[in-house]
Design a binder for this molecule. Structure first.
Ligand code: 6PG
Length: 257
């Protein structure tokens, strides 16, 4: 059994151990990006799974080891609810780590929940174009994108069968879906497919069926299976429950305690 090209799988004992692995990879990618280009551009996801990793980022060794001054933080997707709502991805990130760190305000790029969805998507695409043309090539190449996966096989707010999964030109689009079932903004496949590194964080036995489909059944055609950056790599960070239906002989898979 072989997961997709340019990808490897790391199975950890539980979500806390997975969070440490994620924070280590976050720091290593940040340090390498700043050494190479003077800048680290990362997009983070919402939902519950990344939260233990986010909390670790506000603690040493990551707090002092990550070059936050040179880090630009974007969002993979956002639920269009007030920032004070517990479902706001930006609001959760603020509470989990951003409020505890010293990062230049101009380095933090939340998706706006104040405008109508289509206008907010246009604004965010403009913000991305401004960032990438100012600091690098006009190509929107994220150094790191952290993604999650839902039980239905969505990633970011790209839902199976939805128009968001068919987008070929826009970098950001507005959708409605998921839990909570609200209007959302999401980065699209064209931009996700340009990343240098993608890390999926997936935890819990409720995700075991979809994880098996994603890594062993190419015919499932779920949105994550259409993410294969040509010049990038994908790291699947799973806990043992999410990995429980994977075959023991899965290649490019490391199991850590
Ligand atoms: C969002 C997401 C979404 C999430 C998955 C997994 O809803 O904001 O970014 O893609 O990553 O739904 O969510 P959980 O981590 O809560 O299972």
């Amino acid at each position: 059994m072989t997961p997709p090209e340019n990808s490897r799988v790391i199975v950890t004992a539980g979500i806390e151990r997975m969070a440490v692995e994620g924070a280590e990879l976050f720091q290593r990618t940040a340090v390498a990006s700043v050494a190479r280009a003077g800048l680290f551009t990362v997009a983070v996801s919402g939902g519950s799974t990344p939260r233990p990793m986010h909390r670790l980022l506000a603690e040493d060794p990551y707090r002092s080891g990550i070059p936050w001054q040179f880090t630009h933080l974007f969002w993979v997707d956002e639920r269009l609810v007030p920032v004070t709502d517990p479902d706001s991805n930006f609001g959760s990130a603020e509470r989990d780590f951003l409020n505890q760190l010293t990062i230049p305000a101009g380095n933090i790029h939340p998706m706006s929940s104040r405008k109508p969805p289509a206008a907010a998507a246009d604004d965010y695409e403009h913000e991305l174009r401004r960032h990438f043309s100012r600091f690098a090539s006009a190509e929107p190449v994220f150094d790191l994108i952290v993604l999650g996966v839902g039980e239905d096989g969505h990633t970011a707010s790209i839902f199976p069968g939805d128009h968001s999964a068919e987008e070929t030109t826009r970098w950001v689009t507005a959708v409605k879906g998921g839990t909570p079932y609200v209007a959302r903004l999401t980065l699209t496949l064209p931009i996700l497919n340009r990343a240098r590194r993608i890390i999926y964080l997936i935890s819990g036995s409720k995700k075991a069926v979809v994880v098996r489909s994603l890594l062993t059944d190419a015919s499932a055609q779920l949105p994550p299976q259409r993410i294969a950056p040509q010049r990038g790599e994908i790291i699947w960070l799973l806990d043992s429950e999410a990995a429980e239906l994977l075959p023991q002989d899965l290649s490019r898979c490391i199991r850590k305690d």
